[in-house]
Design a binder for this molecule. Structure first.
Ligand SMILES: [Ca+2]
Length: 393
């Protein structure tokens, strides 16, 4: 389990319904024994719908690959292939709706995948079709336990032997195996952005003396851009810090065209946050979770409280800005995001700032990506499933 323990499905769904009903009717008690008969009736009617995956009318969801082992993140190639990372250190390939038997990459012997460690992020070079470079964030066993970003060269559906080039080494991990972050994406400025968790030491997030609890910005050869916000104040590799005050940014996304970045920060007890990525921003962890009023910290642009949910973890996000717009026009520019525990996907309208429901029943979802052809992919840890959501008209 990635983030926090969560309970059996019935308990979870009843809490979830009680929680979502509560916002409309504050008189409903938090305790199941106090739920009135209407809620129980709703539970009976809604349970089957919530338990099975559901997308809105007009869409079709198709499972196109399954039985991957603990998938964590994916990247879609300009040629339409989907590269999917497995936590233990493999990358699988889905080509033309079919998962290939052989792995693209297998670095299991180098990777520590205890707890939330492992192969956690994949990015393709902006010039991938020419240079075939793939970047991978993983927890390396050597020379000491730490997270790292390496570059490999793809050849066909494999990797050129010996092509690994280490781009970035993050400081040594402590004995806590959670809060590793791990998402990596290229910005429209051609720089590689790297999300790193606080390694379960909250004070890391406010320190310029290490890379934990941060968003980093590096050149794709691993050198540090001189226009980084702390280039003159931080030392050595810490000059890669671009934004700070994050707990466990497991996923983030960059909008094609605008370069706008949204960072999902998994909260502790109070709220799950979507933060606007800004150079030099401090998102407040651990002083603030959710919204606060200290001008030193940047508030999220959207957040949802945990309420009574036994578990919540914001994960997997993608702007709907494909090269071919397949979904209806009102989805274009929306930011899709999901919750690992709740199994739902919502969309944030970046113009009106409204959040609307989109899909449900995708428990343990870890990543969302949009194909250049306009398909939305949902990656789930449980069952190792990749689902393609397409507009059916
Ligand atoms: Ca925050």
């Amino acid at each position: 389990m990635f983030f926090k323990e969560f309970l059996s499905s019935l308990h979870f769904f009843s809490s979830y319904i009680s929680n979502s009903s509560r916002s409309k009717n504050p008189s409903i008690s938090k305790r199941h024994v106090h739920l009135n008969w209407k809620i129980y009736a709703a539970l009976v009617i809604l349970l089957p719908a919530l338990a099975s995956a559901a997308v809105p009318a007009g869409f079709k969801a198709t499972v196109i690959a399954q039985n991957m082992v603990n998938p964590t993140a994916m990247a879609v190639s300009p040629d339409g292939r989907v590269f999917i990372g497995e936590q233990a250190g493999r990358i699988r390939v889905v080509d033309n709706n079919h998962m290939l038997g052989a792995s693209l990459l297998n670095i299991k012997s180098k990777v520590d995948s205890t707890g939330e460690r492992g192969l956690l992020g994949i990015a393709l070079d902006p010039n991938f079709l020419v240079n075939q470079w793939i970047y991978v964030y993983y927890t390396s066993k050597a020379p000491f336990l730490h997270n790292r970003v390496s570059r490999f060269k793809v050849q066909g559906n494999g990797i050129v032997q010996g092509s690994e080039v280490v781009i970035l080494d993050i400081q040594q991990l402590n004995s806590y195996n959670n809060h590793n972050g791990g998402a990596i994406h290229f910005g429209t400025d051609g720089k590689l952005y790297v999300a790193v968790g606080d390694n379960a030491v909250p004070s890391n997030a406010q320190s310029l003396a290490n890379l934990k609890g941060k968003i980093l910005r590096i050149n794709k050869d691993g050198s540090i851009p001189t226009d980084n916000p702390f280039f003159k104040t931080a030392k050595g590799v810490n000059r890669a810090i671009w934004a700070l005050g994050l707990r466990n940014p497991f996923t983030f996304a960059i909008q094609r065209g605008t370069g706008r970045m949204f960072i999902n920060d998994v909260g502790k007890d109070i709220a799950e946050e979507i933060n606007r990525g800004m150079k030099g921003a401090n998102y407040g962890w651990p002083a603030i979770e959710g919204w606060g009023n200290n001008p030193k910290y940047r508030n999220p642009i959207a957040a949802y409280n945990h309420g009574n949910a036994p578990c919540a973890a914001i994960v997997g996000s993608a702007f709907y800005n494909p090269i071919s717009e397949q979904f209806p026009a009102y989805f274009v520019g929306d930011y899709f995001f999901g919750d690992f525990c709740g199994g739902w996907i919502r969309r944030f309208d970046t113009t009106t700032r409204e959040i609307k429901p989109f899909a449900s029943g995708y428990k343990t979802l870890v990543d969302l990506q949009v194909d250049p052809d306009g398909t939305l992919y949902i990656l789930q840890k449980e069952g190792g499933k990749l689902t393609a959501v397409r507009w059916n008209g």
